[in-house]
Design a protein around this ligand. Structure first.
Ligand SMILES: [Mg+2]
Length: 161
């Protein structure tokens, strides 16, 4: 439940073949520390990567736990993709909303990409979707997250691919 199906350094490292091999047709994207850094700056090359994926018929929806609608909308508008904010991952609520938006019924054709095990990976696995874990763009400042990160690191070290 806590292990991703695939691990990459950053989201733009995901290649089309990785998706087609696994019959993935849509990606749900975490925003904080996956698409944007703590200063809300988009990841280098993200716009081009999204456009290339779109031209290969990959569908997108941002799935963010952030309660800041404006922040999530800004990156969604920049990337020209729909979004769900305040998604309450790892609960299934936001995933279901995003699924409706992208219009794909089969959960196994959908992957989520995010940087956190206890929200992104856990929620995705509960949905029986394909889970892609990235490294966070920058280290969190908040203490609670640092503790979570340490536990995550231990889990991943024990389960090297
Ligand atoms: Mg995140």
């Amino acid at each position: 439940m806590l292990l991703p199906d695939l691990r990459v350094k950053k989201i733009t490292d995901i290649k089309l073949e990785m998706l087609t091999e696994n019959e993935i047709e849509a990606l749900l994207l975490d925003s904080d520390n996956t698409l944007i850094d703590l200063d809300k700056k988009p990841l280098d090359g993200i716009k081009k990567w999204i456009e290339e994926m779109k031209s290969n018929n990959i569908k997108f929806c941002i799935l963010s736990n952030s309660i800041k609608k404006k922040k999530v909308k800004r990156i969604a508008d920049f990337l020209e993709i729909p979004y769900v904010y305040f998604s309450l991952k790892p609960s299934k609520i936001g995933f279901k909303k995003a699924k409706k938006i992208i219009g794909i019924k089969e959960n196994n054709k959908i992957a989520e990409v995010g940087d956190q095990i206890f929200t992104d990976v856990l929620g995705t696995k509960r949905m029986k979707m394909f889970s892609i874990l990235t490294e966070p763009i920058c280290k969190e400042k908040v203490k609670i997250n640092n503790i979570k990160r340490k536990i995550e690191k231990k889990i991943l070290e024990k389960n090297k691919f």
